[in-house]
Write a protein that binds this ligand. Structure first.
Ligand code: SDX
Length: 430
């Protein structure tokens, strides 16, 4: 962004003018790329809460207003009108696809939905108790061993096929890891089925009993995947960009993103929310007592699914999922007492000064698990579903790094706080 605005910094009697970068939504960033060279100083920012790692044109969030847009289109419109495959194309290519583009993208997804038979053997080597996120990360990398061509993405075509391969196979891997964990035979994808119904088929069909998902379940899965598809520079996306900055291939970068997403403070929160609600129900925990624990730092108890580094207002995705949870459970004729507990916790929290003073609101994970549970998705697969949804976002962000002529390997500095110089002490003198 060309701009003449500057920021003045006074350091050790020096006055430094730093350029200010202004984005298309008038966000401002002080460009400190010359800071160390001119002053010897670096900046420190715990958790990067005030630090931009890049300029990006993919996703925009206004945390104060609760706005989320993919390539400028509001998440509310995409959640209502789009499909996950169309949204994936939008994120990766920057525009909504026309009919020819979406048809060829769907054909590529179908072409790449199978796993190499050699990959199938890997599943038999994992213990049944293996966590599906561990399998997902391992198998994404293993895919590249069977498709060496995706290691070097020289052309748009090879990128197209590699990204379609990843978006398509991540479903097949996820379903295979679930089948392995319950000792059921893996189900092959069916080319006649579209993205979401095919995934649900691979998850829930058996050789002797096909599974026909209802439109409600298919629509709910589409919406959940759309809502998770990208979210600017969150922990796992920043991990993908970090790995991409070294020149690592798309599969290695997204496999690293899966590992970062797994953490309970990030994508793993949807599992932690369900476990929290289940525990409250099983132990008949008094909600006000539980909230007192949450507000007591010493307890180490957090209200999972609440709070967000960027949203200091409602997470728009949580709003959509909260509204959808009633509808989906009613259509599936599911009555879930955990939804009532979640609603009650939200009511209590939103009236409590501890949460209001800290701008803590429900985030995407607070209601997503309730809906996935109603769809019959097992809790240990919740974060895998998040990863399937986030895959197009990771691919789009990887591509932005890969195609940026000014991209540099990410290598943050530090302030050293260890021993100053001291001599080696021979073993006999220690
Ligand atoms: C996702 O970044 C993204 O975009 C992520 C994501 C995406 O789409 O990629 O949106 C997906 O990861 C959503 C977040 C899922 N995580 C959870 O729901 C876990 C519970 N939430 C928290 O752990 C926390 O809110 C984080 C991790 C989400 C944000 O952490 P921050 O920004 O580092 O905030 P913080 O820990 O510094 O909290 C600020 C204050 C602290 O109190 P004080 O020290 O000021 O007294 O708020 C408190 C915290 O103790 N606080 C909470 C709380 N979250 C913050 N207290 C109780 N319960 C909580 N959930």
């Amino acid at each position: 962004m060309s701009n003449t605005e500057t920021a003045k910094l006074e350091l050790d009697g020096q006055s430094l003018e730093l350029p200010v970068v202004v984005g298309t939504e008038n966000e401002r960033g002080v460009d400190i790329s010359k800071l160390r060279g001119s002053t010897g100083y670096i900046t420190l920012d715990n958790g990067y809460a005030n630090t931009g790692s890049c300029q990006s044109s993919i996703t925009y969030i206004d945390g104060e207003k609760g706005i989320l847009r993919y390539r400028g289109i509001p998440i509310e419109q995409l959640a209502e009108k789009s499909t996950f495959v169309e949204t994936a194309w939008l994120l990766i290519h920057g525009e909504l696809p026309n009919k020819e583009q979406i048809d060829s993208f769907r054909a590529l997804l179908t072409e790449h939905e199978l796993l190499h038979e050699g990959l199938h053997k890997h599943f038999n080597m994992f213990p049944a108790s293996s966590h599906p996120m561990a399998i997902l990360s391992a198998m994404i990398n293993a895919c590249s061993c069977y498709h060496p061509d995706i290691m070097k993405l020289e052309s748009e075509d090879t990128f197209e096929s590699a990204s379609a391969r990843l978006i398509s196979k991540v479903r097949t891997i996820a379903a295979a890891s679930f089948k392995t964990s319950i000792g059921h035979p893996m189900m092959y994808p069916m080319p006649a089925l579209r993205y979401c119904p095919n995934f649900l088929h691979m998850m829930f069909s058996r050789p002797n009993k096909p599974y026909e998902p209802s439109d409600e379940v298919v629509d709910a899965l589409n919406q959940i995947l759309i809502l998770h598809a990208d979210h600017e520079q969150n922990c796992s996306t920043s991990t993908v960009r970090m790995v991409a900055s070294s020149g690592a291939n798309l599969f290695a970068s997204c496999s690293a993103g899966v590992c970062a997403l797994w953490g309970p403070l990030h994508g793993g929160a949807n599992v932690a929310v369900l476990e929290m609600l289940q525990q409250i129900q099983d132990n008949k925990t008094d909600l006000n007592q539980f909230m007192e624990k949450v507000k007591d730092k010493e307890s180490g108890v957090r209200l999972m699914g609440f709070g967000h580094r960027v949203y200091k207002n409602f997470d728009p995705r949580a709003k959509i999922l909260k509204a959808a949870s009633d509808k989906v459970l009613a259509k599936l004729h599911v009555k879930d007492p955990l939804l009532d507990i979640a609603r009650h916790l939200e009511d209590v929290a939103l009236k409590d000064s501890y949460f209001k003073d800290r701008n803590l609101y429900p985030n995407v994970d607070f209601y997503s698990g309730i809906i996935m549970r109603a769809m019959g998705i097992p809790v240990n697969m919740f974060t895998v579903i998040f990863a399937i949804g986030r895959m197009p976002g990771w691919i789009a962000q990887w591509k932005e790094v890969h195609n940026d002529p000014n991209a540099r390997i990410n290598r943050p500095r530090q302030i050293y706080t260890g021993h100053t110089q001291r001599d080696y002490v021979p073993l006999e003198k220690r």
